[in-house]
Design a protein around this ligand. Structure first.
Ligand code: NAI
Ligand code: MG
Length: 502
């Protein structure tokens, strides 16, 4: 045990015991190969610590633990109300450890501490609490047919659920998946993103402290192509839930087909934000800025394509540039005044810089940013300046492809029809936003946009009580809200013959 944790101190002076092993059956274990993955602090590009990397054999061990837990009367027969109590206790422990978890999130991911503390941790605790409330409310129906048949349904857990988590909101994404899975009585093998495993590993100890039986939640850090693939292709895993890139989702879907796994995918996006002539311009500018620049632009629903109606285009652009200049303060994520920290990894930093080159070569106009920011420490962190391209057309790659950074393209449209066509000119369909003060137009356009979510006069203010997910190549299934329960329960129909003879 002693060598499966390490004492760490963050730049804000906060100290904690960081688990470094694999969490299986409520215990910390070493991986079978001895391989470790370094977790990097993106502010400095230096290693924080290194974490055991699960092999396929380790994943198998975790799946066996989850299967045993599913059949263990301590979990299988636990009344929903008691599952809910465990989840509420976990939510409370997350709140009790808010400062530690927020510190870990910031050092490992790079997001500003104020954001980790206020936003990510609230969302994490509240999502678990929200689904804890559902744990004793997942039930079926009685279906009236004829006097000869009595029928009812019950809702059962799907079984052993594999959950693959991305690095942009590590704890919150884990909560989005753990919440409904546990509420419905499933057991879980969760794989954090190898770039940001630290906060989720810390959470593992809180799961034990809350009183969950061994094997209900297992957490195995590891490479996507090894541990993630082992989970997606495992014959004894009943479900795979994934958040990440569309390219990886396609591979997961193929792997999941080996035993026809129940599959939920939440993938990429290139979400449009439409500003009509009659919009409240100040409001549109504020939300348009948040919609793409929040969380270093690393949000699947980021409204990364801004479409502005001709007459107000120039005024919008000037105001948007000013907003970026005044609000998007890039800096050390532990500084209170910082709005934008570093990108999560060198790979993401490189990806953004490569799209700056793409934009330039496509002859779009770079009006702001487009270069690294080296003003923090020794300049080795993965910081980029908030980047705006204009004169962008729908044919361009920077209009079509997800960049996943503080990188926005702005273009103009003439009328409503034009706006809808341009908004829907995408392989993706995740988020979308529109700004207008015309009530009927707002709802008319909302209906026509091909997306899983539409924000009217805001952007990206998602909420755990409201369903979240995509259409087209942005995913399959819904998370959050009551809809999120459907992904983690099967309906069993029970027919009762009331006739004594045929
Ligand atoms: P990714 O989709 O490859 O990684 C996400 C998760 O999937 C990680 O836990 C990873 O270990 C796992 N994974 C990777 N390959 C796998 C495989 N073959 N089998 C099973 N699991 C696998 O995303 P990556 O490479 O970190 O980022 C690339 C791009 O993906 C980003 O630039 C962004 O466009 C998109 N992305 C979207 C996210 C979202 O919230 N929808 C989150 C993270 C990335
Ligand atoms: Mg990291």
């Amino acid at each position: 045990m002693a060598d499966l944790s390490v004492q760490l101190t963050a730049p804000n002076g906060h100290t904690w015991t960081q688990p470094t092993g694999l969490f299986i059956n409520n215990q910390w274990v070493k991986c079978s190969t001895g391989e470790k993955i370094a977790s990097i602090n993106p502010t400095t590009a230096k290693e924080i610590t290194s974490i055991h990397a699960a092999s396929a054999q380790d994943v198998d061990k975790a799946v066996k633990a989850a299967r045993a837990a599913l059949n263990n009367p301590c979990w299988r027969d636990l009344p929903g109300i008691d599952r809910g109590k465990l989840m509420n206790r976990l939510a409370q422990l997350i709140e009790d450890n808010r400062a530690t978890l927020a510190t870990i999130e910031t050092i490992d991911n790079g997001k500003p501490y104020s954001v980790s503390f206020n936003d990510d941790l609230t969302e994490t605790a509240e999502t678990i609490r929200y689904y804890g409330g559902y744990a004793d409310k997942v039930f079926g129906q009685v279906i009236d047919t004829t006097p000869d048949k009595f029928a009812y349904t019950v809702r059962e857990p799907v079984g052993v659920c594999g959950q693959i988590i991305p690095w942009n909101f590590p704890l919150a994404m884990a909560a989005w998946k753990l919440g409904p899975a546990l509420a419905c009585g499933n057991t879980v093998v969760l794989k954090p993103a190898e770039q940001t495993p630290l906060s989720i590993l810390f959470l593992a100890n809180l799961i034990v402290e809350a009183g969950f039986p061994p094997g209900v939640v297992n957490i195995v850090n590891g490479h996507g192509a090894v541990a993630g693939a082992a989970l997606a292709s495992h014959m004894d895993v009943d479900k795979i839930a994934f958040t990440g890139s569309t390219a990886t989702a396609k591979q997961i879907m193929k792997m999941a087909s080996v035993n026809l796994k129940n599959t939920t995918l939440e993938t990429g996006g290139k979400s449009p934000l439409i500003v009509f002539n009659d919009a409240d311009l100040e409001q549109a500018v504020e939300w348009a800025h948040i919609g793409i620049m929040y969380n270093q632009g690393q949000i699947c629903t980021a409204t990364s394509r801004i479409l502005v109606q001709d007459e107000i285009y120039d005024r919008f652009l000037e105001a948007f540039k000013a907003q970026v200049k005044n609000v998007s303060k890039v800096g050390d994520p532990f500084e209170e005044s910082t709005f934008q920290g570093p990108q999560v990894t060198q790979a993401q930093y490189d990806r953004i810089m490569s799209y700056v080159d793409v934009g330039k070569s496509e002859k779009a106009t770079l009006v702001s940013g487009g270069k690294p920011f080296s003003g923090v420490g020794d300049g080795k962190g993965f910081f980029v300046e908030p980047t705006i391209f204009t004169d962008v057309t729908p044919k361009m790659r920077i209009y079509q492809e997800e960049v996943f950074g503080p990188f926005v393209v702005i273009t103009r449209f003439s009328d409503e029809k034009d706006a809808i066509e341009m908004a829907n000119d995408s392989a993706y369909g995740l988020g979308s936003a529109l700004f207008t003060t015309n009530l009927t137009r707002a709802h008319r356009v909302a209906k026509k946009i091909e997306a899983g979510m539409v924000w009217i006069n805001s952007s990206n203010d998602s909420d755990w009580r409201i369903p979240f997910g995509g259409v087209k190549q942005s995913g399959i299934g819904r998370e959050l809200g009551e809809a999120g329960l459907a992904a983690y329960s099967n309906i069993k129909a029970i027919h009762v013959n009331m006739k004594s003879k045929l």
